[in-house]
Design a protein around this ligand. Structure first.
Ligand SMILES: [Mg+2]
Length: 446
């Protein structure tokens, strides 16, 4: 997208957070279920009812996914320089205030240690988990959407903060890189024009390029089955997206991409759900891409709240809040507060107090040309997008293997010498049959 209108960006901020909330709240009742074809009909009816303005049912509660996402967003709003001790304190405070939000046992252990040790070294309790190898759960991915929003115009900072905020609870590379994967997916969706159709292949290729960089850090000591597991999963996603949809495919997705609490077995699945939902799915009857994404994610079963939360975050970042049915959203706990949180985050990035600094650091000349505030910001954002595209191109070019011309020439000479026996210009043709330039046999027209 070469140009982001600020109103669209604001709507996308809301979409990403409300989308995550809805996936969490609406997916939670199905957590741990094995979903059959019959259940898909039940889920279809459940969603049909949720869209109805007359529905008067209990408000759907959010779980640990949203509870922790709120703490990440609040850290950026309260501490613009990103204070990880503050973030850890918010996680712990939130947990002890409302412990029954479906937190996993191991994360509760981390919170207890953090509190007991008075937040002395906020990374140590997580590092000690699982005999020092750290957790590879999807807890980092489920709460990472605010990172993609807050750093939407600073890619390197975004990656750094996605890692560090995850490491407060999950330190295994699969847990950390899972969060980075989800963060990049949300940021890519944020940069896509909601009026234009996304090309899933291109979306995956772009993400793959970035994850190759991220997974360069993997070392042999981790005993990973494949060298770059997330890059590998993107290849699998691309393979499945090319396959025609049928019921059996869903079973395969559950087995191959996964639907459990491990980051590697759920984060890529969430992206798959979003990309698959860009087209119609026979078992999910709706024209709305956002609804289709979370409904489809839930029909895959397993860790439904987290997978739907992550898929909903990506879909919301792409489509904006207008795509999210308000009746459905109102059924979810904390809907209005999530909108407020998205707006605060938006103001923290693009609001009046930060705008001067934003303009100066990126394009000081715009200040003097007398444009209206909105036009000014639109130009800056457009300019930023161009710069980012140029930097990306430069990065790609820098990664190309280079060699001096003399070496390249020597290489060519070596190849020619080694293959001179097969060179028909030197040795001629073994028979006229293999000569592509031989006289053609005349053909008699009947
Ligand atoms: Mg949960």
């Amino acid at each position: 997208m070469s140009h982001i209108d600020l109103a669209v960006l604001k709507s996308k901020f809301r979409g990403a957070l409300v989308g995550s909330l809805l996936g969490d709240c609406l997916g939670a009742p199905f957590e741990g279920e094995l979903v059959s074809s019959g259940d898909k009909i039940v889920i279809q009816k459940y969603f049909d009812k949720l869209e109805s303005p007359d529905l008067k049912g209990p408000i759907r509660s959010y779980t640990d996914d949203t509870a922790m996402m709120k703490s990440v967003a609040k850290t950026f709003i309260d501490k613009p320089e990103v204070d990880y001790t503050y973030m850890a304190k918010l996680f712990v405070k939130e947990y002890f205030a409302e412990p029954k939000r479906g937190y996993g046992e191991s994360i509760v252990e981390v919170f207890s240690k953090l509190r007991k040790r008075k937040f002395e070294d906020v990374y140590k309790p997580a590092q000690e988990q699982f005999n020092g190898s750290g957790s590879f759960g999807n807890g980092g991915g489920m709460r990472v959407a605010p990172v993609a929003l807050y750093f939407y115009n600073n890619y390197d900072a975004m990656i750094d903060v996605a890692k560090k905020s995850t490491q407060l609870t999950h330190t295994h590379s699969l847990g950390v890189h899972g969060a980075v994967f989800q963060c990049i997916a949300v940021s890519q969706a944020l940069a896509c024009n909601p009026k234009k159709k996304i090309d899933p292949e291109q979306f995956c290729n772009e993400l793959k390029q970035k994850m190759k960089e991220v997974e360069k850090e993997n070392d042999d000591g981790l005993n990973l089955k494949v060298e770059q597991p997330y890059v590998d999963k993107i290849n699998v996603i691309q393979h499945f997206l090319k396959a025609k949809y049928n019921d059996e495919l869903d079973e395969e997705i559950g087995i191959v991409l996964g639907n459990n609490i491990c980051a590697i077995e759920s984060v890529p699945t969430a992206l798959y759900c979003f990309l698959r939902s860009l087209e119609e799915i026979p078992t999910v009857k709706t024209d709305n891409i956002f609804r289709r994404t979370i409904q489809y994610a839930i029909t895959l079963g397993g860790d439904t709240d987290t997978i739907a939360c992550m898929a909903g975050g990506i879909a919301g970042a792409y489509l904006g809040e207008e795509a999210i049915n308000r009746n459905m959203a109102k059924q979810c706990e904390s809907y209005e507060k999530t909108i407020e949180m998205a707006d605060s985050l938006y103001n923290a990035v693009c609001g009046a107090s930060n705008r001067a600094q934003f303009l100066l650091s990126d394009s000081a000349t715009f200040i003097t040309i007398g444009l209206s505030d909105t036009a000014l910001m639109d130009m800056v954002v457009s300019n930023l997008q161009q710069q980012r595209a140029t930097t990306e191109q430069l990065r790609r070019e820098a990664a190309i293997k280079r060699m001096p011309v003399s070496l390249a020439v020597a290489d060519i000479i070596k190849y020619i010498t080694e293959h001179e026996q097969d060179d028909c210009l030197l040795v001629g043709f073994t028979s006229q049959r293999v000569n592509p330039f031989r006289e053609k046999t005349p053909c008699t027209l009947l």
